[in-house]
Design a protein around this ligand. Structure first.
Ligand code: MRU
Length: 336
């Protein structure tokens, strides 16, 4: 399982052990942790050792393999603990459903492991395909803006939105990438910045609050983001702040692209109003790296995803094709 563009391997499956690059420590430290059972894996997902919708799904699939290798009767309990590890990314449930179908048909740990490996390998292949589709939408000489981290760290390799940016840059279509710091967890400042620099892609980090100023003073051609769940009509849940970016992008005439594999679509939801939005601890806002920054006792509201209405999205790029703009009919036709 290697990304032919030779990026970081944040998820490794070696000799029956799941090794995860600890994304809480990047970019200052590159340390892997080993998961030996489903509980370790669920904790790693919940605590964001591994994060990003496709990567969460891949890790959860291997978590089930770890469980049944130890004891085949553990499948149901492992599935439950993994399903509860984070609520918004549908890729987690999509991967668990795929694994359950194999287990129900075979009760065979080798087949279950083969399915987890397939989910991992397919994700990389899908990313490479989406990268070609998405890059084709970007005219040479473009400046783009991205949010959160959607690269090799968040996927099976290459990335979704960042995969499009990598490929478009390699094709000479992009002259400048801006990436938001993505408060409060700083996926942009820590992770996307790290990936851009490793690749030699010209990136500039901006504060989340600098987006409207940037767009009012510099022509941004495309905002390119990933997704954690896309409803049937194209409403898209993604990292908190994505909705605000889309509003500002529409105001200033920047086009807005969502890049996500088919496992990110949740056609059981007609629109985005029912998508569960994860809220994380207030300490992510009231503290920074364990040091208090807000007054003692200050309350905080920390939703970590939001839903961007389909009406603000110009293009949805999937490995099955591209819809411009997203509508229920166009998405249904694309996904078959
Ligand atoms: O909280 P995170 O870091 O898991 O959130 C990640 C995102 O919101 C990404 O944009 C999304 O999962 C797409 S990743 C390819």
């Amino acid at each position: 399982m290697s990304d032919k563009s030779n990026t970081v391997q944040a998820i490794q499956w070696q000799d029956g052990v799941l090794r995860l690059l600890d994304q809480r420590l990047l970019p200052l430290e590159e340390r892997y942790i080993d998961c030996r059972n489903a509980e370790d894996t669920a904790t790693a997902i919940h605590e964001m050792v591994v994060r990003g919708a496709p990567a969460i799904g891949i890790a959860a699939a291997f978590g089930l393999v770890l469980a049944v290798r130890a004891d085949p009767t553990l499948f149901d309990a492992a599935e439950k603990v993994l399903a509860e590890s984070r609520p918004t990314a549908i890729n987690l449930h999509w991967a668990l459903r795929r694994m359950r179908a194999i287990w129900a048909a075979s009760f065979n740990a080798d087949e279950l492991e083969a399915e987890a490996v397939a989910i991992f390998e397919e994700d990389l292949a899908q990313n490479l395909k989406m990268a070609e589709f998405g890059a084709a939408l970007i005219a040479p000489g473009s400046k783009v803006l991205t949010h959160c981290n959607t690269g090799a760290l968040a996927t099976g390799g290459h990335g979704t939105a960042l995969g499009v940016i990598r490929t478009a840059w390699a094709q000479g279509r992009i002259t400048q990438v801006y990436n938001t710091e993505t408060r409060p967890w700083l996926q942009g400042a820590r992770l996307t910045a790290w990936e851009l620099m490793r690749e030699g892609i010209p990136g500039k980090l901006i504060a989340d609050g600098a987006v409207a100023h940037l767009m009012s003073t510099t022509k941004i051609d495309w905002v390119i983001v990933g997704a954690d769940r896309i409803a049937a009509n194209g409403d898209t849940a993604n990292k908190i702040g994505t909705h605000m970016l889309a509003v500002v992008a529409r105001h200033y005439g920047a086009k807005f692209m969502v890049v996500a594999p088919s496992g990110t679509f949740d056609l059981s939801m007609a629109d985005g109003s029912g998508i569960p939005i994860e809220e994380r601890t207030a300490r992510e806002l009231t503290e920074f790296k364990g040091s208090q920054i807000a007054p003692t006792g200050m309350q905080a509201f920390n939703p970590v995803f939001d839903v961007t209405p389909a009406s603000l999205i110009d293009a949805v790029v999937c490995e099955r094709g591209v819809v411009t703009p997203p509508t229920t009919a166009a998405i249904g036709a694309m996904l078959g």
